[in-house]
Write a protein that binds this ligand. Structure first.
Ligand SMILES: [Zn+2]
Length: 424
């Protein structure tokens, strides 16, 4: 029987389906497999994909419903929307003074000692009322969408007390309910030890586990919990304790791991079975080996290394060749990576981290969906998944990373509906 369709997209010069023979994250050679259909057609109904293939195959499989919308992609590349699985999009202000200092060589420690860094963003969130925070965050989320992100994970972590963490999480919840994008919420109360708890991190961890976490869970404000495991922030042992409390409370776990130093956090992530370990700029060879033999996905954040001139790039090529599953995200935040552009992240991942364009695209869509447990819904253009896709301003997908600093996204569709926001 033919399936009904209310949207048909024809003339897709390269239709990147990322169809996969098995429902697991891609590794090694499989990462470069985009399952491209030349001159493909895609049909959807009520927001879900119902048929993908050659024009003849799709025509034979579907029955256009009354009022079915036909879109001619004009020979352009059509691909899944980006799944940006690691962002800090809900923040109050950019940190321009700090940027000026950083590019002229002032060390981060000095900036932080003068009240800059995460502490500055925490003060900014404390000072901004919830309505204003929601409206500036909404504009930023729209910028993410205009650069092709149709699923966006957002973390709290600029509140660091119950009242302000909840304020950030409520803003994320509101964005999730009003935006066409799929917004996913993560509780990152353990982003830093607040100044008033300096030298008393145990007290702060108790507050986090015993007072903040239960409220966050009771109010259904987060699906995941994340921790910044780093020297001078939370030790690997402290991070493990916080994450285990998150598991007990029913949340999925993530960890900011081995970013500035190799602290063995990647190994800890494998030990407790987090969904991902993110950053991994300084991961050890042993850490790569452990992760390669585990389901934990390494989330690489190229914008952070690009934005912090002192930071190395994560060894992405080695990770892929040794069998690690990797994803790519923006880490959009007002400090190290003030960019919402996933195409730019792909450019950096290819030019500075040795990934091939096809690998970078898989990592930023198909694999990234697993990090936030959305692999059955998004990340590839196959039957039953959400019709979240992009029509690009190019005829070859390799242009996406190649033409760095430009936005190749021409049209964005989410749930089978074209986004009518501003693409400039
Ligand atoms: Zn982050």
């Amino acid at each position: 029987m033919k399936r009904k369709a209310d949207l048909v997209v024809t003339n897709c010069g390269q239709l990147l389906t990322l169809e996969s023979p098995s429902p697991v994250p891609r590794r090694r050679e499989a990462l470069a497999s985009l399952a491209i259909i030349e001159n493909g057609t895609l049909a959807a109904h009520k927001g879900k994909i119902v048929s993908v293939g050659s024009p003849g195959q799709v025509e034979g499989a579907i029955q256009p419903a009354q009022g079915c919308i036909e879109v001619d992609a004009g020979g352009a590349v059509v691909m899944p929307g980006f799944v940006d699985c690691h962002t800090h999009t809900v923040f109050a202000c950019y940190r321009l003074d700090e940027y000026e200092k950083r590019v002229t060589g002032v060390p981060y420690a000095e900036i932080a000692a003068a009240g800059g860094g995460i502490a500055k963003s925490v003060r900014d969130v404390h000072e901004m009322d919830e309505d204003t925070l929601r409206s500036v965050s909404r504009e930023r989320l729209n910028k993410c969408i205009s650069h092709g992100s149709t699923t966006v994970e957002i973390k709290s972590g600029y509140g660091l007390d119950l009242e302000n963490e909840l304020k950030q999480l409520r803003v994320i919840r509101d964005l999730a309910s009003e935006s066409s994008a799929d917004v996913v919420s993560t509780f990152l109360g353990a982003h830093a030890v607040p100044a008033e708890y300096a030298g008393r991190s145990d007290d702060f961890i108790s507050l986090l586990i015993n007072e903040m976490l239960p409220v966050v869970v009771r109010e259904g404000l987060a699906e995941f919990i994340d921790v910044f495991s780093e020297i001078g922030v939370f030790t690997t042992e402290e991070a493990e304790r916080i994450l285990r409390s998150g598991i007990e409370a029913g949340l999925g776990t993530r960890v900011h791991a081995d970013e500035l130093n190799d602290t063995g956090s990647a190994e800890m992530a494998v030990r407790i079975g987090t969904l991902s370990a993110d950053h991994l700029t300084k991961i050890s060879s042993k850490g790569i080996e452990r992760m390669a033999g585990s389901p934990v996905i390494g989330v690489l954040l190229p914008g952070t290394s690009f934005g912090l001139p002192s930071l190395d790039f994560a060894p992405a090529r080695e990770m892929v060749e040794r069998g690690m599953a990797i994803a790519i995200a923006s880490d959009f935040n007002p400090g190290s990576s003030p960019s919402e552009s996933m195409p730019m992240m792909l450019s950096i991942a290819c030019s500075h981290m040795g990934l091939m364009p096809a690998e970078a695209i898989s990592a930023a869509t198909y694999n990234a969906a697993f990090v936030i447990r959305r692999e059955r819904e998004v990340g590839s253009l196959v039957e039953r998944k959400r019709a979240d896709f992009l029509i690009l301003d190019c005829e070859d997908y390799r242009e996406v990373p190649y033409r760095f600093g430009t936005n190749p996204v021409k049209r964005v569709f989410m749930g089978g509906v074209e986004w009518n926001g501003d693409l400039t």
